[in-house]
Structures are given as structure tokens and as C-alpha cells.
Design a protein around this ligand. Structure first.
Ligand code: SF4
Length: 698
């Protein structure tokens, strides 16, 4: 019977950072269905994406042959969802021809203009091994550090604050630790939608007595489970968090012994929060002083308080300051370094942690070794047999600007879709179109691939084997279940072919050879062997030696900073870059929705998920709808100073009055055409969570 699988393959979910383990049930090279498996992060649970979001791999839009742009075809328009018209713009080519053109032109640009005329975007959807090889290719083959990926758009500010404050950008405690916490603080995150299985652990914890404090301008589903929900005004995180710290300081709820023995810089923090009394901040953040006092006391005095946050914190021009405040809260109360405490920035994509660890970022070599540190650089130069550029490279948005200035002329993009995901996407698309040479490696003709000169058909998640690191620092094995369609190839093979054409004599046979090289250059995973992964499926890092069991909870004795001490960094209020005004009186907040993942290239081609949420929607408060004469379900136009889109209005009172929420997954209403590319100065993350818009019916 059709429904009886002929094989079962254990793997992990391709979507969010929770990293649920699952089993593919396969027949005749097709995935029939997926079941949850008893992994450390999910214990057999799956959400709707994990359970139903797999048939994208069999979608007829899959790229099955290399494509080369036809001579003279302009880089405008968009037939990404119309495969019949794709061949008007591109012609099919052999792998040999496509690779010769892709690699040859990248080499010519490098040789003519220098390595810094090139850049690469890798992907948090790819494996650790793909991320590692991709950044190694850019650094040693292109000769530049201009390599980045979507971490820049999600938690770069959090990581910047964490590295500065506690010496490590990863989480201190796993999500599951919520079940050991007395108080759980969630700020700027909507786990029910974005980390659904993690949300179930949070609800379980509440059921067994934990108190959930939810801080968010948008009321998420978790508000129903919260002990207190504080709907603070958008963009006022620092005011609220500094007011909480003011209470903790003035009411002497600080952990003096922890501060004295394990931190530096407390005096500056204490002086800074003196001005931020709850009474002074209440009108700014919209939360009454007594409530601020109550939640501050609760957080500080519990036996174990844990903070989890998401992009509501990070995607601001003050994202790093927001995270600095969260770190300071944990440090001043000693709520870190024990089970059921700590700091957990919820990672978005399934491998954004691992891709960052592997060095897919412009200022860091693998394992967060700075490129401008001569000792670290020398170590990688010896390991890789290459000379490395000591100058940190450009970040995602900076690369688009550098294309405008003629500085960057060629790019290689693997698995990312900046034409949809970058802020001010009209500008990003114009920049990509202006490149002399763009090579895109993907499984679908994404909006970015449409602007390419050469498109290389790659493998989908169930078509390859590799390791993926979840939000808890768990390195997990994803196993190949099916073969890629047509002439599509494994991503690791494609990266190596490009490397060969840039003069690198790479010849990794099996993905485990790449992993082995990684663990010998990255101390944090030095003890994780491929055999161990095959046997256990998952190992948490730090895991330095082969006998180590790994450390789910870190910072128990020392912080990985100079002297082993964490550092307080005070923050003051910095307003959003673009405030509402008479012409653009509303606020736009962008994000994700449960059924669709990021730019939608996979989930919108997953039949069940697409059936549940098929059309672009904007969530508008009913009072705003009434005021603007908008009917639920009717089309509306949303415009900012950078562009406009048309989508459908959905009445939703979870957003505050005056703020419109729009998911960024819909190509036909690509909301990032409207967002602001203003950057946080430290993490270089754009301000996706706040820009000025106007809305009109129709
Ligand atoms: Fe996949 Fe995340 Fe859902 Fe788990 S919670 S099934 S990892 S999308």
C-alpha cells in the first residue's frame, strides 16, 4: 500500500532552533509522513511545521538543472512562481558549463579587483559542515572576510552583548530548564508561533508552579498562561528593564556575593539605573510603577529565574542595549550559572547557532576566534594552509551598500534569500541586480535566485547528511532520507566544485571528514566524534575532550572572559530610527507566523501549511480598522518611505493600537520592501521591529 513506508530515517526538523528529532517514513524516494522522535529537545513532540512541512522537497518547482541567465535578459521582474516562464530568462546548462562560468567569473573578479570585491552569504538552513566549508572558501578562496548569513538579521545584537558581557554568544541554559525555574521571563518572543515545542515546555512548567512573566508589546498566546503580562509600548525595552533594575538596586535585592566574586563594572550600572525609577519610566513604557516593582522583586528573589528572548529584543537599533539590560538583570541577581536560571536568546532557524559557531560571520573565524586576533589567525592559517585577511569583513546590509559603491562586484549566495529577508528589500534587490556576477545555490528559484547569473540546483534538507546545532547548543545529526531530484547536487559537493575552480584542491569524500576538520579547529566541539553522533544522535557542547559528557548549563564557576568575570554594561534610551509622523502615522512590526518559515520558499510549497495560511495578511487592531474604515478580510495598502505592498487585513487585537504586524514570508507582498535598514551600531542588525507606515483601504 502507498502508505506503508519502505524505510525509516532518523533526522532532525529543518525549521526552527528547537531542534526536534523526527523520523522520515519513506517509500519510493518520497517522504510519506513524519513522526516525532524522543530527542533531548522534543521528547517526541512536533509542531505543525515539523509534522506537515516536508513535502516541499517533492514540489514541482524544485530546481533540477543548473541555469544560466540568457544574454541580455534584464534583472527585473519576477517569474519565481511560474516555472514555465523561467526558461524565458534562464537556459539550462550542464554542471561543467555552469561551474566553469560561476567559479571562473568569481576568480576573474578576485584576480582583477582583489578578494574584497567579492562576498558570500551562507545559510542557517544548511549544515555545520556546509557553513564551515562555505566560510573557508570565502576566506581562503575569495581572500576576504566578507561572509555572513541571516544571524545578522536575527540575533547579532544579542550575540554582540553576550560576547561583551559574559564572553559567549550561546545560551547559558537549555529551554528545558524552564521546568526547573520558579520564574520564567519571556520578552520580545512568541514561542507558540516561532518555537512551538519550546512553548509546550513553558506551559508545562507553568502548570507545575512556575510563574511566567511575559513582557511584549504584542500579546502572544502565552499571555493566557502568564502570571503577569506587561504590554509595554513598542521600542521602550530599555526604559522598562532599567526601571526593573532600579527597583532591584534600591530595594537591595541584588546578590552582593555574586556581584563581588563574579562580575566587574557594577558601580557604573548602579549609577546609570539611578535615574530610571519606575515612576519616571511608567509613562514612557506604559506600565504602572507598582507592576514594574512587583515583577522586579519576583525575578530577583526567586530560587531560579530564567530569561528567554527573541527578535522583539534584538531587531532594534538598540538591540544590543536591550540585551545588555537582560544580561545585567541576571548578573545583579545571580540568576545565572545554575539550573533553572540564565539567559536564553531563542535561536530562529534550525542551524543559526551552528552556522555562527562555524565562522559564517565576517568578524569571527570558527569558534568565535576574532579575525583581527593575530594568534587565532595564525592558528587557522596553519590549519588551512592559507593567508587570511586580518580585517573583519562586511555584514549583510553593509555588503548591499558596498555593491552600490562599486566596491563589491561578485557574490556567491548559498541558501539565503536576501531579496525577501533584507530590510529595505527594494534597495537590496537593486544592489543584487547591479552585481557583475551573482551565483545562487538553492533548491527553488527564490526571489534572490531570480537575480542571479548562474543558479546551481542544490539538495533539500532530507536529501543530505550533516550536523545541526540547536538553540540549546546540541549538535545533532540530520540524516539523508531521499535522493535529490534530477541533476540537483549535494551542497557540499557544489561548494567544493566552486572551490576547485578558485584554485583550492579540496577533495572531502564524506561529510564526516569536514566535521572531523571542524572539531580539530574548534575547541568547543573537540570531544564530539562522528561515531558518537551516529550512536547518540546528539551531543551538547562545550565538549572539549572525547570523554566529556558536554555541558547543558554553563558559567557555573567562571565566565569565559578575562579573569573569568562577567561585565555589566549600562544602557540608556535610544529611540527607534524612524518614528511615526503626520505622513506615516503608524508603526510596522514584522515577524513570522506559525505555518510559514522565514521567506516562505519551503513552507509555502508545503501543501498542508500553504492550505492553512495561503495569503498575505496584515494583523490590524480592530480599533484601527474601524478608524480607517477597513473591513476584516479586505485588501489594504501599506506604505513606508521605501515602498508599498497590498495584502489582506486581519482583525487582531494582540497588536497594540497603532501598530500593524505583518509576516515577511509572502513574496507577493514582500513586507521587507518597507522596513528600515538602519543598523544597531554593535550587532549591525537592522530595525525590523519598528518603522513608520501608513495604511489605506484597497
Ligand atoms: Fe520543527 Fe521547531 Fe516545530 Fe520542533 S518546534 S517541529 S524544530 S519547527
Amino acid at each position: 500500500a502507498l502508505s506503508v513506508p519502505d524505510k525509516q530515517v532518523d533526522s532532525v526538523c529543518p525549521y526552527c532552533g528547537v531542534g526536534c528529532q523526527l523520523t522520515y517514513n519513506v517509500k519510493d524516494n518520497k517522504i510519506l509522513f513524519v513522526e516525532g522522535r524522543d530527542g533531548p529537545a522534543n521528547q517526541s513532540r512536533l509542531c505543525v511545521k515539523g509534522r506537515y512541512g516536508f513535502d516541499y522537497a517533492h514540489h514541482p518547482h524544485r530546481l533540477t538543472k543548473p541555469l544560466i541567465r540568457r544574454a541580455g535578459m534584464p534583472k527585473t521582474g519576477d517569474f519565481t512562481m511560474d516555472p514555465d516562464r523561467v526558461l524565458e530568462v534562464f537556459r539550462e546548462a550542464t554542471w561543467e558549463e555552469a561551474l566553469a562560468l560561476a567559479g571562473g567569473k568569481l576568480a576573474t573578479i578576485r584576480d582583477t579587483h582583489g578578494g574584497n570585491a567579492l562576498a558570500g552569504f551562507g545559510s542557517a538552513k544548511g549544515s555545520n559542515e556546509e557553513a564551515y566549508l562555505f566560510q573557508k572558501l570565502v576566506r581562503t578562496g575569495f581572500g576576504t572576510n566578507n561572509v555572513d548569513h541571516c544571524t545578522r538579521l536575527c540575533h547579532a545584537s544579542s550575540v554582540s552583548a553576550l560576547l561583551e558581557g559574559i564572553g559567549s554568544g550561546a545560551v547559558s541554559n537549555p529551554v528545558m530548564d524552564v521546568t526547573r525555574a520558579e520564574v520564567i521571563v519571556i520578552i520580545g518572543a512568541n514561542p507558540t508561533v516561532n518555537h512551538p515545542v519550546a512553548a509546550t515546555w513553558i506551559k508545562n512548567a507553568v502548570r507545575t508552579g512556575a510563574k511566567l512573566i511575559l513582557l511584549d508589546p504584542r500579546r502572544s498566546e502565552l499571555a493566557r498562561h502568564a502570571h503577569r503580562y506587561l504590554q509595554f509600548k513598542p521600542d521602550t525595552d530599555v526604559a522598562l528593564l532599567n526601571a526593573m533594575m532600579h527597583v532591584i538596586v534600591t530595594e537591595k535585592l541584588v546578590d552582593e556575593a555574586f556581584i563581588a566574586s563574579r562580575t566587574i563594572g557594577y558601580e557604573q550600572l548602579e549609577a546609570n539605573v539611578a535615574e530610571y525609577s519606575p515612576e519616571a519610566m511608567a509613562p514612557i513604557c506604559g506600565i504602572d510603577a507598582e507592576t514594574i516593582r512587583y515583577v522586579a522583586r519576583l525575578y530577583a528573589t526567586s530560587k531560579g529565574s530564567m530569561i528567554l528572548w527573541g527578535m522583539g529584543v534584538s531587531q532594534h537599533v538598540h538591540g544590543t542595549d536591550n540585551a545588555r539590560c537582560l544580561i545585567a538583570l541576571a548578573l545583579m541577581t545571580g540568576q545565572i550559572g545554575r539550573p533553572g536560571t540564565g539567559l536564553h536568546p531563542l535561536r530562529g532557524q534550525n542551524n543559526v547557532q551552528g552556522a555562527s559557531d562555524a565562522g559564517l560571520i565576517p568578524m569571527m573565524l570558527p569558534d568565535y576566534q576574532r579575525v583581527d586576533n593575530p594568534v587565532a589567525r595564525a592558528r587557522f592559517e596553519a590549519a588551512w594552509g592559507a593567508t587570511l585577511d586580518p580585517k573583519p569583513g562586511l555584514t549583510v546590509v553593509e555588503i548591499m551598500d558596498a555593491i552600490d559603491h562599486g566596491q563589491i562586484k561578485g557574490m556567491y549566495i548559498m541558501g539565503e534569500n536576501p531579496a525577501m529577508s533584507d530590510p529595505d528589500a527594494n534597495h537590496a534587490r537593486a544592489s543584487l541586480a547591479a552585481l557583475e556576477h551573482l551565483v545562487v545555490q538553492d533548491i527553488f528559484l527564490t526571489e534572490t535566485a531570480y537575480l542571479a547569473d548562474v543558479i546551481l540546483p542544490a539538495s533539500a534538507f532530507p536529501e543530505k547528511t550533516g550536523t545541526f546545532t540547536n538553540t540549546d547548543r546540541l549538535v545533532q545529526l540530520g540524516r539523508q532520507a531521499i535522493e535529490p531530484p534530477g541533476d540537483a547536487k549535494q551542497d557540499l559537493w557544489i561548494i567544493q566544485q566552486i572551490a576547485n575552480r578558485l584554485g583550492l584542491p579540496w577533495n572531502y569524500g564524506h561529510v564526516s571528514e569536514v566535521f572531523d576538520e571542524m572539531r580539530h579547529t574548534m575547541a568547543s566541539i573537540g570531544g564530539i566524534t562522528w561515531d558518537r553522533l551516529e550512536k547518540n544522535g546528539a551531543v551538547v557542547y562545550p565538549c572539549v575532550n572525547e570523554g566529556d559528557v558536554g555541558q547543558p548549563v554553563v558559567f557555573t564557576e567562571l565566565f569565559p572572559r578575562e579573569g573569568g568575570k562577567a561585565r555589566f554594561v549600562p544602557a540608556d534610551i535610544i529611540p527607534a530610527d524612524e518614528r511615526p509622523d503626520a505622513e506615516y502615522p503608524l508603526i510596522l512590526i514584522t515577524g513570522r507566523q506559525l505555518e510559514h518559515w522565514h521567506t516562505g520558499s519551503m513552507t509555502r510549497r508545503a501543501s498542508v501549511l500553504d492550505a492553512i495560511e495561503p495569503d498575505p495578511v496584515a494583523l490590524v487592531h480592530p480599533l484601527d480598522m474601524e478608524r480607517m474604515g477597513i473591513t476584516p478580510g479586505a485588501p489594504i495598502t501599506i506604505a513606508s518611505r521605501r515602498g508599498e505592498v497590498v495584502l489582506y487585513a486581519r482583525a487582531d487585537d494582540s497588536s497594540p493600537v497603532g501598530a500593524i504586524f505583518v509576516p515577511f514570508c509572502y513574496y507577493e507582498a514582500a513586507i521587507n520592501r518597507l522596513t528600515n535598514a538602519a543598523l544597531d551600531p554593535f550587532g549591525k542588525i537592522p530595525e525590523f521591529k519598528y518603522c513608520a507606515i501608513k495604511v489605506t483601504p484597497g
